[in-house]
Design a protein around this ligand. Structure first.
Ligand code: PLP
Length: 390
């Protein structure tokens, strides 16, 4: 037998971590790594955060799972809090980012169908975007690579460049909405300009379209606001979130304004596990901390510091990296040809810094949101040591 017992769809490392604490991961042999990846923007509060551990243990002693026929207290509380903290009037819970995107796609279509315009079902999406691995989310994703071998592509998506004229040209009688990541993550850590996002909002208003933001990666404090749309006037009608909201427990959600949420009736959509009490108890614990103004201010401050230290790296090693991208604690370093991000991140890993690769030959830094300036300095030394040896 040549196949591994786990389907080999991931490029897995040989390093086996046994435990995590704060912003560090430890192997069984006690080797310590500084984690600037956080399970791909998931472990917002790092590892073994006492408040999250306590929330999970407490809920674990009470109730693990209920059918969605019955309300559960953590779910009810989390939905109310998300409504209070955002543009949304109602929330659908699920378990992952791609499911949150699927829920949003379904909501957009159902809204127009319920309002007598079933012909409006197409969604404009962007080059470089990533929305997930299920069929709707794959069809919305900007890179064709992830669809290879899974054709035919689900119908109903019009991919355009990140360009307002291209967006306007793509609008037709069948257009229902625009789906966009305010900061493209997988595509190369690219914040879209505020004016661009605000203009999308205006275009949606003008053409009776829904603005659907995918904040699965850039949401939940990552950019220094609870949600990235708060940096500008691109208030969405629909928004998918996941990753950070569960702090490491699988949890996703699709947030909607009332007019859209009303289109989803009993039986329109559903999931067995979505809103599970364990997941939503942890989600509440994440919000207890991440939604605090001082916490978000700290993300901005440390994020700016990370940006400035990465710029120093660019200035010192322009033949290896030459551009800092991103905002808050979602940052990227653009690698200089002929170097490759995939090679560099392995070398950084050899020096005990964990980062990963994003599109456009970018090294991505998405550390736990609890990092401090001293951790940034530690990462700086590791990068300097790695690049000096090249
Ligand atoms: N949307 C965005 C913006 C993402 O970055 C991701 C994952 O990286 C997804 C959706 C899919 O999330 P998941 O892997 O939890 O299905």
């Amino acid at each position: 037998m040549t196949i591994s017992p786990v389907i080999p769809v991931y490029n897995r490392s040989d390093i086996v971590f046994e435990r995590g604490e704060g912003v560090y991961l430890y192997t069984k042999d006690g080797e310590k790594y500084l984690d600037f990846l956080s399970g791909i923007a998931v472990n917002a509060l790092g590892y073994s955060h006492p408040h999250l551990v306590e929330a999970l243990k407490t809920q674990g002693d009470k109730l693990w799972h209920l059918s969605n026929v019955f309300p559960n207290e953590p779910l009810t509380r989390l939905s109310k809090r998300l409504v209070d903290l955002t543009f949304a009037d109602s929330v659908f819970f699920c378990n992952s980012g791609t499911e949150a995107v699927e829920a949003g796609i379904k909501a957009v279509r159902k809204y127009f169908s319920e309002n007598g315009k079933p012909e409006k079902h197409r969604i404009i999406t962007f080059e470089g975007a990533f929305h997930g691995r299920t069929f709707g989310a794959m069809a919305a994703t900007g890179t064709d690579k992830i669809l290879a071998g899974f054709e035919p592509r689900l119908e109903g998506f019009d991919k355009v460049a990140v360009d307002l004229d291209a967006v306007r040209a793509a609008i037709g009688p069948n257009t229902a909405g625009i789906l966009v990541e305010p900061v493209q993550g997988e595509g190369g850590v690219m914040p879209l300009p505020y004016e661009f996002l605000c203009e999308l909002r205006r275009i949606c208003d003008e053409h009776d379209l829904l603005l659907f933001l995918d904040e699965v990666q850039c949401g939940v404090g990552r950019t220094g606001k609870l949600f990235a749309y708060e940096w500008c006037c691109a208030v969405p009608d629909v928004m998918s979130i996941a990753k950070g909201i569960g702090g490491g427990f699988p949890l996703g959600a699709c947030l909607m304004v009332e007019k859209v949420a009303k289109a989803l009736k009993v039986g329109s959509h559903g999931t067995t596990f979505g809103g599970n009490p364990l997941a939503t108890a942890v989600g509440n614990a994440v919000l207890d901390i991440v939604a605090q103004e001082e916490f978000l201010a700290q993300v901005c401050r440390v994020g700016d510091y990370l940006g400035s230290r990465l710029q120093e790296i660019c200035d010192k090693f322009p033949h290896i990296v030459h551009e800092v991208r991103g905002m808050g604690l979602m940052r990227g370093l653009k690698v200089t040809d002929p170097h490759l991000n995939a090679d560099l991140l392995l070398k950084l890993r050899d020096n005990k810094l964990i980062v990963n690769a994003a599109g456009q030959n970018v090294i991505r830094f998405i550390p736990p949101l609890i990092i401090e300036e001293s951790h940034v300095d530690e990462a700086f030394v590791m990068i300097e040591k790695t690049f000096s040896a090249l």
